[in-house]
Design a protein around this ligand. Structure first.
Ligand SMILES: Cc1ncc(COP(=O)(O)O)c(C=O)c1O
Length: 382
């Protein structure tokens, strides 16, 4: 029986003032999209250096809407990584275009931009890079490629809220930037997302796609030129976001401290010799959304799920982010198969997300690394 309390791999942190603020919104008589959403969008726009920002009820829909605004549709190709939450490629299918996967760089675990360039065809319209675990894809090379080949970029920055590239916030420059405020993200609205856009014309289109294509004028004017979805954020969610934003800097700083602690623990000689793959030790740009290790499958006599099970028995939660998505039945039916992207497949089988969230203690990090090391020691191949 575990003696320690269960340590989840992540846990949201919502302060009492935010909870009281939500209660106020609930009592206010206006609980769907209204003044809180406007206020949240204004704060987000400030955060992103004055660029237009609109809030939505998920990160997924922000990517779909960005593709629609960019005019991506049937016959078009969109280059992306197979190592992401499946939303990244599903949205390409949703707009009727074809995702084109290219393998990851095994060190950063993000899209290999050389392979992305090699995959460009006359039908390529856009690229969706994913800042996995909060580590930004090289924005200099990304935008050099997009500029040279005339591609739109939809940054899947779902995990990189608060990350930077050479001192500039992700989302404060570039083309479309899409963020998620899902419960596991560095700041949350329970569910939600936002899209950073280039100009007011795109922002107006985003509003139309967000709510049934409707454009209102005056007190009673309404027009619809094309269909939209039902993707608006509620004021309840926006109030949570407003209460989360002021904590971002402290959350990110704490995540970085804990990530450093992981590196210290993994650097002990007895642990190093186990051959566990570590993430890039980036303490300037990454928001450390996750701390993910790669298990050394060739040295183990069990698979990842058994490791997870044993860690669970030791009261430690872990996660899988993500299986390589080209191997899901949906994408296999489109022609992808094992062996297409060896780096993503290896990572997809062996990545393990370890606990990392601001309220964790330094001693939790030691406990996790001790437990993982002991599991791997017990399961070494003879
Ligand atoms: C990399 C990535 N892309 C897209 C999404 C989609 O965001 P949401 O769950 O808010 O729709 C997520 C979050 O779950 C994500 O982690």
């Amino acid at each position: 029986m575990p003696v320690e309390p269960f340590l989840p791999f992540t846990r949201p942190q919502i302060d009492d003032a935010t909870i009281a603020g939500v209660a106020e919104v609930l009592r206010s008589g206006w609980i769907s999209s209204g003044p809180q959403v406007k206020a949240f969008e204004a704060k987000l726009s400030e955060f992103f250096g004055g660029r237009p920002v609109r809030a939505f009820n998920s990160g997924t829909c922000t990517m779909e809407i960005a593709l629609r605004i960019a005019g991506v549709g049937p016959g078009d190709e969109v280059i992306t990584t197979p190592l992401s939450w499946v939303a990244t490629a599903n949205v390409v299918l949703e707009v009727g275009a074809r995702p084109v996967f290219v393998d990851i760089d095994p060190v950063t675990r993000t899209i290999d931009l050389d392979r992305a360039e090699a995959a460009v065809t006359p039908r390529t319209r856009a690229v969706i890079p994913v800042d996995l675990a909060g580590l930004p894809v090289d924005r200099d090379r990304l935008y050099a490629l997009a500029g040279k080949r005339g591609l739109r970029v939809v940054e899947d920055a779902a995990q990189s809220f608060g990350s930077t590239w050479k001192g500039r916030r992700i989302g404060s420059f570039g083309d479309f930037a899409s963020f998620s405020f899902h419960a596991n993200k560095n700041i949350t609205t329970c569910e939600g997302g936002c899209l950073v856009l280039n100009d007011e014309r795109e922002a107006a289109l985003a509003e139309q796609y967000r709510l049934q294509g409707v454009v209102r004028t005056g007190h009673d004017g309404m027009e619809v030129e094309f269909p939209g979805g039902k993707y608006n954020m509620t004021d309840v969610a926006a109030r949570i976001g407003l209460g989360q934003l002021p904590h971002l800097a402290e959350f990110t700083a704490r995540r970085r401290e804990l990530a450093r602690a992981y590196f210290e623990e993994f650097d002990r000689p007895a642990v190093r010799s186990l051959g566990i793959g570590l993430p890039v030790a980036n303490f300037t740009d990454s928001n450390w959304h996750m701390f993910q290790v790669v298990l050394p499958e060739e040295r183990m006599d069990v698979r990842r799920s058994a490791v997870m099970e044993e860690l669970k028995s030791a009261a430690i939660g872990t996660g899988v982010h993500y299986p390589a998505m080209h191997l899901f039945a949906l994408y296999r039916r489109m022609g992808w198969k094992e062996g297409d992207f060896p780096n993503a497949e290896y990572a997809g089988r062996n990545l393990l997300t370890l606990p990392l969230f601001p309220a964790m203690a330094r001693s939790d990090v030691s406990r996790v690394v001790r437990a993982l090391s002991s599991v791997l020691e017990n399961h070494g191949k003879p």
